[in-house]
Design a protein around this ligand. Structure first.
Ligand code: CAA
Length: 376
C-alpha cells in the first residue's frame, strides 16, 4: 500500500494551496458577513476545480478521486464554507447525473456544472424526514409527459444560488424507500419556491434554505434513473459525499491545529513557549494523532472509491471519525489560545463554529454508526 501522492496529486495540492491563499483567504471576512462566494467559485471553475472527477467528455477535469478529496481538504483548511459548497456541488449535485443520467441529461447539465457556470444542490431532507430519509413526504404524480411535484425540503445546501437541484420525491408512497424517485429540477421552474435561509452557527458564506414545491411541473424527461430508483441514487451518492465531508472535517481540524501550533510556539508563559509546557505539548500531540488517523481513514475510503470498489462502510467510518476529530481539535485549539481563542481576533473560533455541522449533515454520527454496524 503506497501512502505517497502521485505527481498529479501533488500538483493539485500545490495549486489549491496557492489558490486558497490568493483568492479564498482575502474573501473570508466577506463570507463571515454572509456573502456567498460566487466570484471565487467562478474562478475555481476556470481552474477545473468545480468538476475535478467528472469525465472530460462532459467538461470535467477527469482527475482521480483522490485529487478531488485533496482539493476539498486543502480548501477547507482555509475555508470550510467553500469546502462544503464544492463537496455538495460535486458529490451529490453533479455526480447523480453523471452516474444515473441519460446521455441527453448528461449533455444538457454536466458540462455547465463541471465548468462551474452552474451550481448543483441535493434535495433529500424534509421537515419530518431527516435521518429517516425514506419517510419523505414530497410527492410526484405523473401526468402525461410531466410530473407534478408537491412538498417541502429543509436544510438544502447551495439552494437559492444553485442552478440545478436533484430532488427526491415519492412516486409511490405505498412502497416506502422503493417508491422514491429522483428528478432534475432547474432554477426558475414555476412552483419551485425558495424559503428561509437558515441563520447558522457557522459556515456563514454558504446557503442553507428551505424549499417548497407547489404544483411544480417537471418534464418526464427529467426523471433521473428509473421510477423507484431514487433512494438508491441518494444513498450511493451519499457514500461518495460522506468522504468529501470527511475531507472537509479534516481540513477544519488541520486548519485549527496549524494555528494552534504556531501560537503555542510564540506564546511565552512561565518563561518559555507554551508548546514546551507539557500540558500544551500533550494536547498538540493528541490533536496531531487524531488528524493523522482521520487522514488515513479518508485515504482508505477514497482509494476504494477510486478503484470502483464498495466503500459505504469506510466512507461512514471516515466521516464519523474525522467529524469527531474536527469538533475535538477545534475545541482544544481554542484552549491552546486561551482567552484570545474565544475572540474573533483569531480564526480558531470560526473553525470551532464550522466544525459541529460535520457531525450532522450528510448523515449524523448516529447514522454513520447505523451504516457501519449494518456491515459488521
Ligand atoms: N448504496 C446503494 N443502495 C443502498 C445504499 C448504498 N449505500 N444504502 C442502502 N441502499 C439500498 C438498500 O440496499 C435497500 O435496497 P434493497 O432493499 O433493494 O436492498 C434500500 O436502499 C433501503 O435501504 P435500508 O433498508 O438500509 O434503508 P433505511 O430506510 O433503513 O435507511 C439509512 C438507511 C442509512 C438510515 C438512510 O436513511 C440514511 O442514510 N439516512 C441519513 C440521511 C442523510 O444522510 N441525509 C443527508 C442529507 S444531504 C446533506 O446533508 C447534504 C448537505 O447539505 C451537506
Amino acid at each position: 500500500m503506497k501512502l505517497q501522492f502521485t505527481e498529479e496529486q501533488q500538483m493539485m495540492r500545490n495549486m489549491v494551496r496557492d489558490f486558497a491563499k490568493e483568492h479564498i483567504s482575502p474573501f473570508i471576512a466577506n463570507m463571515e458577513n454572509g456573502e456567498f462566494p460566487r466570484e471565487v467559485l467562478y474562478k475555481m471553475g476556470e481552474l477545473g476545480l468545480m468538476g475535478i472527477p467528472i469525465p472530460e467528455k462532459y467538461g470535467g477535469a477527469e482527475m482521480d478521486f483522490m485529487s478531488y478529496i485533496i482539493a476539498i481538504h486543502e480548501i477547507s483548511k482555509v475555508s470550510p464554507t467553500i469546502g462544503v459548497i464544492l463537496s455538495v456541488h460535486t458529490s451529490v449535485g453533479t455526480n447523480p447525473i453523471v452516474y444515473f443520467g441519460t446521455e441527453e441529461q448528461k449533455q444538457r447539465y454536466v458540462p455547465k456544472l463541471a465548468s462551474g457556470e452552474w451550481l448543483g444542490a441535493f434535495c433529500l431532507t424534509e421537515p419530518s424526514a431527516g435521518s429517516d430519509a425514506a419517510s419523505l413526504k414530497t410527492k410526484a404524480v405523473k401526468e402525461g409527459d410531466y410530473y407534478r411535484i408537491n412538498g417541502s425540503k429543509v436544510f438544502i445546501t447551495n439552494a437559492g444560488e444553485a442552478d440545478v437541484y436533484i430532488v427526491f420525491a415519492s412516486t409511490d408512497p405505498s412502497k416506502g424507500s422503493k417508491g422514491v424517485s429522483a428528478f432534475i429540477v432547474e432554477k426558475g421552474t414555476p412552483g419551485l419556491i425558495f424559503g428561509k435561509d437558515e441563520h447558522k452557527m457557522g459556515l456563514h458564506g454558504s446557503r442553507t434554505l428551505q424549499l417548497s414545491f407547489e404544483d411544480m411541473r417537471i418534464p418526464a424527461a427529467n426523471l433521473l434513473g428509473q421510477e423507484g430508483e431514487g433512494f438508491k441514487i441518494a444513498m450511493a451518492n451519499l457514500d461518495v459525499g460522506r468522504i468529501g465531508i470527511a475531507a472537509q472535517a479534516l481540513g477544519i481540524a488541520e486548519g485549527a491545529y496549524q494555528h494552534a501550533v504556531q501560537y503555542a510556539k510564540e506564546r511565552i508563559q512561565f518563561g518559555k513557549p507554551i508548546a514546551m509546557q507539557q500540558g500544551i505539548g500533550f494536547k498538540l500531540a493528541d490533536m496531531a494523532t487524531a488528524i493523522e488517523a482521520s487522514r488515513l481513514l479518508i485515504y482508505q475510503a477514497a482509494s476504494l472509491r477510486a478503484q470502483g470498489l464498495p466503500c459505504s462502510k469506510q466512507a461512514s467510518m471516515a466521516k464519523l471519525f474525522a467529524s469527531k476529530t474536527a469538533v475535538e481539535v477545534t475545541t482544544e485549539a481554542i484552549q491552546v489560545f486561551g482567552g484570545y481563542g474565544y475572540t474573533k481576533e483569531y480564526p480558531v473560533e470560526r473553525y470551532f463554529r464550522d466544525a459541529k455541522v460535520t457531525e450532522i449533515y450528510e448523515g449524523t454520527s448516529e447514522i454513520q454508526r447505523i451504516v457501519i454496524s449494518k456491515h459488521l
